[in-house]
Write a protein that binds this ligand. Structure first.
Ligand code: NAG
Ligand code: NAG
Length: 534
């Protein structure tokens, strides 16, 4: 039961051999490319291209008209497809990133602005006139908060980044729009692979806009960079506060949050990339009207990653009391054996209420749970990912007390069944938030703005680490197999983004932040008061 050690909903058991080798192939394809580099270059140059049959991922006209059909853009120039070509010939050539990239020495270093055509991050009048970028969702404002500790320290030094090295699974360097990665240790399952795949999609989608940068990334669940441990960092001889990217943080830590791998897919547990899954979830939503759903609170997951989840199981109806909860254990091993028939997320919109509870830290299940149109009963958690900071208790979800889960769930369900209009409004607000404000377009814009703001703080010019290898669409996708490949293909960015990213809203002033946190606390206290009165 080795792989139980990580992954809040991680599979406790062995990955089957085929998948293992596919993953190994990708992971190894991201290393050691330098050795074959020269031979490869010669191979590509010397062999006439007709000798090598290629499999090309170029879009057909069909795909273009169907996916673009809904909008008429008569004046716009045609969209530019993102294509790449996998040779089916040798295992050596498919590792190559050379055919795509211009030589580093001649590539100009893009300005650290997301809009290279203008000198600031404001859209210039001409681009604004044609594309009029709308403001990003409010949760983007936390980008400024996540970076504030380094702004207060005069920026990010090389020493600070090096300080994060011992905490990182990999280092990502972007130079001239090209991605270079140095792996320090193996991440759980394919978290690193799909995170890096996401970065490559961003680079392809916004060519020339991702500035040069150098960052450290950790793929585990719990945040680790405690402010407490670096308080002394304000003195001259103490270690600097390390900027470390990961998927979640808590108020006491300085971890910088980044969208998690599951937006591009989680092959080990058959969770599709977010874009197609969101379509499935919308369809699943329409199958059973809210009123006709089971009038209970549903949860299905892996209880073995957190004490609080095992605690939750005590609220199940099978334990002799009716807490209005219907709870099920997700057994990934048996799901894998029977082809994931019992774990289709789109089939899980059959209850009027859905419970969200943290795992080892935040859980990727949150977006799936919120998307069901059934109010989410959210067990209050201190973990925050990049979008959850935009959620307001009482509006987007119903808060559940972590230390009184069973009575809290019972009360919420009774309340909702009595106040069906209000309950449905909460369900709709949560799902609307997920479907509109956390769609893939915004996930990419969040990444772009975060990386741009991060890069502005770098006090040195990034360079390619000696042991880093270049990553490109070909080197990752062509070597992939099975579900890994399927999910890569299903989550690839198909078009160069033809308009401005959304406009990054300004940072909060301290008063605003206090106000928001007060509103959240009050909403939670209000529910607690109702519960006590009941
Ligand atoms: C490449 O693919 C084509 C078409 O599927 C096939 O005919 C050819 O034999 C393949 N070449 C190699 C070297 O595998
Ligand atoms: C919870 O109760 C239901 C109904 O009795 C049962 O089917 C289910 O297996 C129980 N869940 C757990 C985790 O025991």
């Amino acid at each position: 039961m080795k792989s139980c050690v990580d992954g809040e909903e991680g599979m406790c058991g062995s990955i089957n051999e085929k998948r293992k080798s596919a993953i190994a192939a990708i992971k190894s394809s991201t290393r050691g490319v330098g050795i074959v580099f020269v031979a490869l270059f010669l191979l590509v140059v010397l062999i006439p291209s007709r000798w090598i049959d290629r499999v090309s991922f170029v879009l057909t006209n069909n795909e273009e008209s169907s996916s673009h059909g809904g909008h008429a853009h008569p004046k716009k120039s045609p969209r530019i497809p993102i294509s790449f070509t996998c040779p089916n010939a040798t295992s050596v050539e498919r590792l190559s990133c050379t055919r795509r990239a211009p030589p580093l020495s001649t590539s100009p270093s893009p300005s650290p602005s997301p809009t290279p055509s203008s000198s600031s991050s404001e859209p210039s009048p001409s681009t604004a006139a044609t594309t009029a970028a709308a403001a990003c969702p409010g949760y983007f404002r936390y980008i400024h908060e996540d970076l504030r500790p380094w702004r207060g320290r005069g920026g990010i030094t090389r020493a600070a980044v090096e300080e994060a090295r011992s905490l990182a699974h990999f280092r990502l360097v972007v130079l001239g729009g090209r991605a270079f990665v140095e792996h320090y240790s193996g991440a759980f399952q394919t978290r690193d692979v799909f995170t890096l795949w996401g970065v490559l999609q961003l680079l392809a989608r916004y060519p020339g806009r991702v500035p040069d940068l150098d960052l450290m990334f950790n793929c585990d669940d719990p945040p680790v960079v405690r402010f407490d441990s670096y308080r002394a960092g304000e003195g001259p001889s103490a270690p600097p506060l390390p900027p470390l990217f990961r998927y979640c943080k808590e108020p006491a830590t300085a971890d910088i949050v980044f969208p998690d791998w599951s937006f591009w897919g989680w092959p080990e547990v058959n969770i599709k990339p977010w874009e197609p899954l969101l379509v499935d979830l919308k369809e699943g939503n329409e199958r059973v009207k809210w009123k006709d759903r089971e009038p209970y609170a549903f949860w299905k997951g892996n209880p073995w990653v957190a004490g609080t989840r095992q605690d939750l199981l005590k609220c199940n109806v099978s334990n002799g009391r009716e807490w209005n909860a219907r709870l099920f254990t997700q057994n990934w091993e048996s799901e894998i054996r029977n082809g994931f028939k019992g774990s289709n997320l789109a089939d899980q919109c059959l209850y009027r209420y859905k419970i969200y509870i943290e795992g080892r830290a935040w859980s990727v299940s949150e977006k799936y749970i919120l998307a069901c149109n059934s109010p989410t009963l959210l067990v209050t958690s201190m973990y925050q990912d990049f979008f959850t900071r935009g959620l307001m208790p009482g509006h987007h979800y119903w808060p559940i007390r972590p230390d009184h889960k069973c009575p809290s769930i019972k009360f919420a369900v009774d309340w909702g069944n009595k106040h069906q209009k209000e309950a449905q409004a909460i369900g709709k607000a949560g799902s609307g938030f997920i479907q509109e404000e956390v769609k893939m377009d915004y996930v990419y814009d969040y990444m772009l703005h975060l990386l741009t703001e991060y890069a502005k703080l770098l006090r040195y010019k990034p360079t390619v680490p000696e042991k880093a290898t270049e990553l490109c669409l070909e080197s990752m996708a062509c070597a992939a197999e099975g579900l890994v490949k399927t999910f890569m293909m299903d989550s690839r960015a198909k078009w160069v983004h033809d308009s401005e990213p959304c406009t990054l809203p300004p940072s909060f002033d301290p008063k605003e932040l206090k106000e928001i946190s007060k509103r959240k606390d009050e909403a939670i206290k209000q529910v607690e008061m109702w519960e006590r009165k009941a």
